[in-house]
Design a protein around this ligand. Structure first.
Ligand code: XIL
Length: 320
């Protein structure tokens, strides 16, 4: 029977993808066999391996061991690669976040980081998340060493540096809770317009899609929100989709509701010209960041802890 990436491609998307957990792939054969199937996943993204604390833990000393796990796996399987992420306040080593910088010195640090990391993966990344999570949840600016040093000027600086480092990669702004079409979404629109007004390149906006069963917007509301960005000339994608239960264990009606929410998210991407693909943030409830980050919540993915396909898998396969 048909699997999710094959169905997604037939339905007109570029891919259905997943994050790869670097700590799991080499120790769990069932995990690896599902992930390595291009019929399941046409594209991979490293869960952690390409982040700053992993790639440049000390100034000027680069380490690609963890990032290469995903890049090599994608290459071996003929899968695409999303690359994540360059400029983010989190998983940022203390030498950056706690440094005392001015505009020149921090530009130099950003330039060295972006040119080395993007240079290492040059030609392999369909897209890079150049800037991640720059808006705060209330729709303001999220404080970071970048915002505190440059104000909003760091957006154009980062996207211009990224363009020079790998001219063929699609350059994305990526954030969560944009799905609700509220103040944070407005802020993301401002970010895009700020980059465009500065004459800097931006190709896409990533909707992370860390959602909650029962609170996920409808398919048509989601499509309306995606179109705010395609109207600016960009592509969009769901980049980190998971839909968590806020109480566990999930009843059979909660599992059905989760499937309905998943179908609405994937369906909204099908409905919008310029929505190019869907990536889930892991595929099995055995390996997910959700329970550790949202205590009491979980079971957010399409395969259960024993690698059985859940009702949500069937809902996604039916909508594709
Ligand atoms: C998460 C990973 O899943 C965890 O393993 C890690 O401990 C923290 O980061 N937004 C993002 C992702 O852009 O990089 C985050 O990934 C989840 C939220």
């Amino acid at each position: 029977s048909a699997q999710l990436n094959d169905l997604a491609v037939s339905a007109g998307l570029k891919y259905f993808g997943t994050a790869l957990s670097e700590g799991t792939i080499n120790s769990d054969g069932t995990y690896a066999s599902i992930l390595n199937s291009k019929s399941n996943f046409g594209q991979l993204v490293p869960e952690n391996g390409m982040k700053w604390d992993s790639t440049e833990p000390n100034r000027g000393s680069f380490n690609f061991n963890s990032g290469d796990i995903t890049a090599n796996q994608a290459k071996k399987n003929g899968q695409g690669l999303r690359c994540h992420t360059l400029i983010w306040y989190s998983q940022l080593p203390g030498w950056v976040s706690g440094g005392s910088w001015n505009r020149d010195s921090l530009t130099s640090v950003m330039s060295t980081h972006i040119s080395n990391v993007m240079g290492h993966y040059k030609g392999q990344c369909y897209a890079w998340d150049v800037v991640n999570e720059a808006a705060s949840d209330d729709g303001g600016w999220r404080p970071s060493v970048f915002y505190n040093t440059f104000g909003t000027d760091y957006f154009a600086i980062a996207f211009n540096l990224a363009k020079s480092a790998d001219p063929n990669a699609k350059l994305y702004y990526n954030d969560y809770n944009l799905e609700y079409n509220a103040a944070k979404t407005d802020r993301a629109v401002t970010i895009v317009k700020t980059i465009q007004a500065a004459g800097a390149p931006i190709d896409g906006v990533g909707f992370q899609g860390h959602l909650i069963v029962g609170s996920t917007p409808s398919r048509s509301a989601l499509a309306t929100t995606l179109r705010r960005f395609t109207a600016l000339g960009l592509e969009v994608a769901y980049t980190e989709l998971d839909i968590r239960h806020s109480s566990l264990p999930a009843s059979s009606s909660a599992l059905a509701a989760q499937g309905n929410d998943y179908a609405n998210v994937v369906g909204s991407c099908l409905d919008v010209d310029g929505c190019i693909g869907v990536t889930i943030w892991g595929f099995t409830d055995k390996v997910s960041w959700v329970p550790g980050t949202f205590p009491g919540s979980g079971a957010a993915l399409l395969w259960d802890e024993n690698y059985n396909k859940k009702p949500a898998w069937t809902s996604v396969s039916s909508v594709l």
